[in-house]
Ligand binder design. Structure first.
Ligand code: MOS
Length: 764
């Protein structure tokens, strides 16, 4: 019965999730849906509490899960005492490596197209401990409180083994080249070290960034039900199809037997992939033969879900008197665990942003025994731009040149490290527009020149950049019904960025229908498409798939027409869709409405499914989002307190699909960038690798009082080589922020901070 309830909840849910768009009717009537500032179609559901998240599916007979975490970094469990927990009120199962069912390791992210695992270590299969915080037991009880209490009664003895839990020790053990997406993170063009030595102007400095933890508002959670060998998971995930396939591998069942749904996700940022909690919950549900809900505590997220690793970066620039770079060196080391695939690729910005006579770029990896690090908003670019864009500012200051001018003098005419032409790059315009709007001309070059009472005021800027991606596997199904509604099904995700809204717009535009007739359904692994809400590419993937499916639908409709139809004999490329009808191009008198087409064919519904072609555009073009970030900061001359007082992001991200959603993405990225610049740092006890601040009172994310008015503008110049002319907007906002703040701090008070986060003790 419980399984039936869960299945029912999932089966009926898609219609309930997305009742069709209800946009401003005036906007909906206009042709120009693309770019309009349309509000979220799911906004009402969200504010009314109707949007159901992963932990919000109560099921008859369901048990609540709690985890117990190891307290050593490496070694073996020699004894684990579960007797008190088993006897505690409400407890129905205590699972440890002694009784956990057989599971294969999770397929590691990027090793296979559908792999979703943050690591590929054994999951509760043996007595080994690999990191401080690894789950060593799971308790099921009738309530969350009973489960938490019972978990607190479990104790373990360990045989501790030496572990590498400090970055210094890891580096001393030796490093190896970083490999990202199958490619060694290394570029060597010319002799950069010699060119640096010979250059009349030089900067050569080391920058560090700490480990960061993921803190989406919605805690990682899943509701899990088995029905025989069929597994139903209501998850908070950025990859429903990836998670379904990966769980099938882990439990040795067919991919078709795993159903993952995830209509709403309360923030992901790279963290909502497959970690231990969903897997252990599914294992416990199988063992206890009951539905299971698991929701990590905030501490649990710090113990179980990886974050961004720390980096140490050397940036060295050699320049001619006119500012042109002879040498661009960006090298350094990141910490990473074994069984991991994410060496924070901080050299990605340096590969494409500036022209230079020679390049030396490399990421080295030092191995630590900690929780696997993973993707976090703009992995690589967010911290890589801190080093690179700080160094540019240092060079500009030492040369007495305006830092924007120095950047413009090194603007490349093609991709500087691959030689590929840019598909669309208007960074210079973004700088010009941004500088004018921000009032950059009021900046005084000499640090410490502007003082208002106790406050020293400064301005800084930095370049933002993030690649355009479109992952293979996009597909969509569109059905047009005689009721007038169109339904689009894609295994995609909504984690707060406005997916359903943007693609309701795009479908309405492509089919010539009002948004209110489009239902965009997503968040279900049984829908078509292998789509990741990651790499800022979901919109490109979905958009291309929707375009293909719309064309397939037109073709299907034209197949049905008989000789009497005004559209008889036409091919899809001969017709265009508008006003709920198909028209012959250049001969609008030949047209027929969808309703008539369906009626004539005697059909209640026409369905078309199509796949997106492979992303060949990225082989022919160097494709990136760009931005120019401007920051005004106030540093208290007495206390050293830094306060960001103004921020402007001026973006070049191709065509903007929805002005309201894009502005929110940009602002959200910038807010996260302010955290990276000023507050965020995961603190470790270096003796044992224990995270010491696993909560939001000790790990500081920016709060309302830390965030000034954030102005965002964009060029809105379509990229002719990208679907819809659009580049991604999800991750670029965080990039460049760290350097823009640090550069403004230098301009305010003359202190150059090269180690994030920038804190008042560094400025006193
Ligand atoms: Mo993003 S770090 O690709 O979710």
């Amino acid at each position: 019965a419980a399984q039936a309830v869960m299945k029912k909840a999932i089966e009926v849910a898609p219609d309930a999730w997305m009742p069709g768009g209800q946009p401003d009717p005036l906007i909906a009537q206009r042709d120009g849906l693309i770019g309009a500032p349309i509000s979220r179609v799911d906004g009402a559901l969200k504010v009314q509490g109707q949007a159901r998240f992963a932990a919000e599916f109560p099921i008859e007979g369901m048990r609540y899960a709690a985890l117990v975490f190891s307290t050593i970094a490496k070694g073996r469990i020699t004894a684990i005492d579960t007797a008190a927990a088993e006897a505690a009120p409400g407890v129905s199962l205590v699972m440890t490596h002694h009784n956990a069912p057989k599971m294969q390791p999770a397929p590691l992210f990027l090793t296979k197209s559908k792999a979703a695992g943050g690591d590929d270590l054994p999951i509760m299969q043996d007595d080994r401990v690999h990191w401080n915080g690894q789950p060593i037991a799971l308790v099921l009880a009738q309530t969350q409180e009973q489960a938490d209490h019972a978990a607190s009664l479990i104790s373990a003895d360990y045989a501790v083994e030496p572990a590498t839990t400090s970055f210094a020790q890891a580096k001393a053990n030796g490093t190896k080249p970083g490999v990202f997406q199958g490619e060694t993170l290394e570029v060597a063009i010319g002799d950069a070290e010699a060119a640096l030595k010979a250059a009349p102007h030089r900067v050569d400095a080391t920058y560090t960034t700490p480990r960061h933890n993921h803190n989406p508002i919605e805690l990682h959670a899943a509701t899990v039900v088995w029905d025989g060998d069929e597994l139903f998971v209501h998850d908070a995930t950025q990859g429903v199809a990836h998670t379904a396939w990966s769980l099938a591998q882990i439990f040795g069942v067919d991919e078709k037997q795993v159903h993952v749904t995830s209509p709403f996700v309360g923030g992901g940022f790279g963290s909502k992939t497959l970690w231990r909690h969903q897997i252990l919950a599914a294992a416990a549900a199988r063992l206890a033969k009951c539905p299971v809900r698991i929701m990590l505590s905030r501490e649990g997220v710090y113990r179980v879900v990886g974050g961004r690793t720390n980096t140490e970066q050397r940036v060295a620039l050699g320049a001619q008197a006119d500012g042109r770079f002879d040498a661009l060196i960006h090298t350094g080391t990141v910490a990473m665990t074994a069984h991991n695939n994410m060496p924070e690729p901080f050299i990605l910005p340096a590969r494409c942003v500036y022209a230079a006579g020679s390049f030396k770029l490399a990421v080295e990896v030092a191995e630590v025994d900690m929780l696997a690090n993973t993707f976090m908003r703009a992995p690589g670019e967010s911290v890589g731009t801190f080093g690179l864009e700080s160094a540019i500012d240092e060079l500009a200051a030492s040369m007495g040149m305006d830092p924007i001018e120095l950047r413009l003098r090194n603007e490349p005419d093609k991709d500087p490290t691959t030689g590929t032409p840019f598909s669309s790059r208007h960074l210079v315009q973004a700088y010009r527009d941004g500088a004018e709007r921000f009032g950059w001309h009021r900046r005084v070059a000499t640090p410490g020149s502007r003082r208002e009472g106790e406050w020293l005021v400064g301005m800084g800027c930095a370049t933002a950049t993030y690649p355009y991606y479109r992952m293979p596997g996009g597909a969509a199904r569109i059905s047009l019904s005689s009721s007038g509604y169109v339904t689009v099904d894609i295994a995609a995700h909504e984690m707060g960025m406005g997916t359903a809204t943007a693609h309701t717009q795009i479908t309405a535009q492509r089919l010539g229908l009002p948004m209110s007739l489009i239902r965009f359904r997503y968040g279900d692994s049984s829908f078509p498409g292998l789509v990741l809400a990651g790499g800022s590419q979901q919109t490109a993937s979905i958009g291309k798939s929707v375009m293909m499916a719309c064309e397939a639908l037109k073709a299907e409709l034209l197949e049905t027409v008989d000789k009497q139809s005004p559209l008889a004999g036409l091919k899809p490329e001969d017709v265009e869709a508008r006003d709920g009808a198909l028209f012959k191009r250049d001969e609008p008198s030949r047209s027929e409405t969808y309703a008539t087409l369906l009626a004539r064919a005697g059909r209640d519904e026409v369905v078309a499914e199509a796949s997106a072609p492979p992303p060949l555009e990225t082989q022919h073009w160097s494709m990136h989002s760009f931005g120019a970030m401007f920051c005004e900061v106030r540093v208290n001359a007495v206390t050293g307190e830094p306060r960001v007082s103004r921020f402007l992001g001026s973006f070049d991200c191709g065509r903007i699909i929805n002005a309201k959603l894009a502005a929110s993405q940009f602002r959200g990225g910038i807010v996260m960038g302010l955290g990276l610049a000023l507050t965020e740092e995961t603190e470790f006890d270096e003796r044992n690798g224990r995270i010491m601040n696993p909560n939001l009172s000790d790990y500081h994310v920016p709060v309302q009082m830390d965030v000034p008015d954030i102005d965002v503008i964009w060029t809105d110049i379509a990229d002719p080589h990208a679907p819809m002319g659009a580049h991604g907007v999800g991750e670029i906002g965080i990039t460049g922020v760290g350097a823009a703040v640090a550069n403004a701090v230098f301009n305010a008070c003359g202190k150059r901070v090269r180690d994030l986060p920038i804190r008042l003790d560094q400025l006193m």
